[in-house]
Design a protein around this ligand. Structure first.
Ligand SMILES: C[S@@+](CC[C@H](N)C(=O)[O-])C[C@H]1O[C@@H](n2cnc3c(N)ncnc32)[C@H](O)[C@@H]1O
Length: 429
């Protein structure tokens, strides 16, 4: 994908409609791109340029349109290394230094489109991953226990996210049909060996336009998100509550793993998200999912029928693990937001813990990379409920080392994912 002169002009006009970079950025972007003169290809390009611009916001001189256009061009879907170097060389202080100090380019000149190998990290054009480009992050994010504290994680968070699919069909014929359709579109598919349902596509593949997606044979779900449920390995046939289900990314995965004999009850405070969840469940042919706009009091669960086999609290969080997909959050999240999120997460865990039957699991997950929302919430919960709950070590770790609480931090640089945290508590029987 290259960027023509008129596309640069259009993007620079769009750009003014996207600021300020606050929580409404995705909404503004959607609005700006709803213009009927744009085709699908244009939309994907402008979207990616807007995301790149958001990543560079801190060092991006608003008045220097020429520089912006150059950097944006260089960072577009197929990065042009030469153009990118030129942008570095012409840019303000940070970029010039970075260009001069760099002995070898961050991405190879040859085959810039190549996806990184699994385990080799994410392609990042802004840093070589050996030192943190401090200029690009808010100061609080660089502190220990925060998302950009390590150079490798910081580099990953500045890079473009890949597109991960979760296969919802298990039959050889179904899998072959998906494979054939994706190949027919010219998209190279990479399978994640340790999790055969996870397939990676190039980031700009328009997967929602495929039959495979429309028929529910594939869903879009980040690999890191898929790991969370896999670390728990829920037993088939169980009855689970997805207490913060949103539009159901993990509900669908849970329902697939529990199988037709199992069931998932999905709750969220957002009715629109639950409506989307129902559409996705229907598309995927899941008869074992039910949405609940309200939940009965936890006490009734504990007394009637003994509660759930598993309760997933995929809690609302700062989203600091999702900066690859939501770079605006880097600019509008504050340390106070993180403290507030941690308080809410703990409240949700306390509230849902009684819904777990004796012998069952309470799974806590976030898409945050802040200790305050992760291991510290887990430690606080254990301190208060250690008489009833104990840590259940992860069944699968995918090579990540459990922390002192038995929780896993899914680091984005390792497998080209978003960042997450997950820990499972077992209710003593
Ligand atoms: C991290 S998102 C969930 C993502 C979802 N599980 C998925 O896999 O796609 C957190 C969700 O919690 C919901 N939420 C916030 N406060 C809540 C509450 N008090 N009870 C239930 N859900 C809540 C939000 O609406 C949001 O959808």
């Amino acid at each position: 994908m290259s960027v023509a002169a008129n596309q640069k002009r259009v993007f620079l006009q769009l750009r003014s409609r996207l600021l300020p970079l606050d929580r409404r950025f995705p909404e503004r972007l959607k609005d700006a791109l709803s213009d009927r003169r744009f085709g699908g290809r244009d939309r994907r390009l402008y979207r990616e340029l807007a995301f790149t611009a958001a990543r560079l916001r801190r060092v991006w001189p608003e008045h220097d349109d020429d520089f912006i256009a150059l950097v944006a061009t260089a960072c577009a879907a197929t990065p042009d290394t030469a153009a990118f170097r030129a942008a570095f060389a012409r840019g303000p202080g940070f970029f010039r230094q970075s260009c001069q100090s760099r002995q070898s380019p961050a991405i190879p000149d040859a085959a810039p489109r190549r996806l990184p190998e699994h385990g080799q990290g994410c392609p990042c054009h802004l840093t070589d991953g050996k030192s943190v480009p401090r200029e690009l992050f808010p100061a609080w994010a660089l502190e220990p226990g925060r998302p950009a504290a390590s150079p490798a994680t910081a580099a990953a968070l500045l890079s473009r996210a890949s597109l991960w699919l979760r296969l919802q069909t298990a039959t050889p014929a179904g899998v072959a049909a998906v494979e054939a359709e994706l190949a027919g579109r010219g998209w190279p598919v990479e399978r994640f060996e340790a999790l055969p349902t996870a397939w990676r596509l190039p980031p700009d593949a328009a997967v929602t336009s495929t039959e495979s997606y429309r028929d529910g044979r594939v869903e879009v779900q980040d690999l890191g998100s898929q790991f969370l449920i896999e670390t728990v390995a829920p037993a088939p046939g169980g009855r689970w509550l997805d207490a913060c289900a949103g539009a159901g990314g993990k509900t669908l995965q849970l329902a697939q793993l529990l199988g037709p004999q199992g069931r998932v009850e999905a709750h969220d405070i957002r009715a629109a998200a639950l409506a989307e969840l129902r559409r996705r469940a229907q598309r995927g042919g899941f008869a074992n999912i039910r949405t609940l706009a309200t939940l009965p009091p936890a006490e009734s669960e504990a007394t009637e029928g003994g509660g759930y086999d598993g309760v997933l609290v995929d809690a609302p969080c700062s989203g600091t693990g999702t900066w690859r997909r939501a770079p605006h959050l880097m600019h509008c999240t504050t340390p106070e937001d993180i403290t507030r999120a941690a308080r809410r997460q703990r409240e949700l865990l306390d509230r849902h813990a009684p819904r777990v039957r004796p012998g069952g699991l309470l799974v806590y997950a976030t898409c945050s990379l802040c200790d305050e929302e992760n291991s510290r919430v887990a430690a606080g919960f254990l301190e208060a409920h250690g008489d009833v709950f104990e840590v259940r070590p992860p069944v699968r770790t995918f090579g990540f080392a459990p922390d002192a609480c038995g929780g896993l931090t899914i680091l984005p640089e390792r497998y080209d994912t978003d960042g997450f945290y997950v820990v499972a508590f077992h209710r003593r029987g």
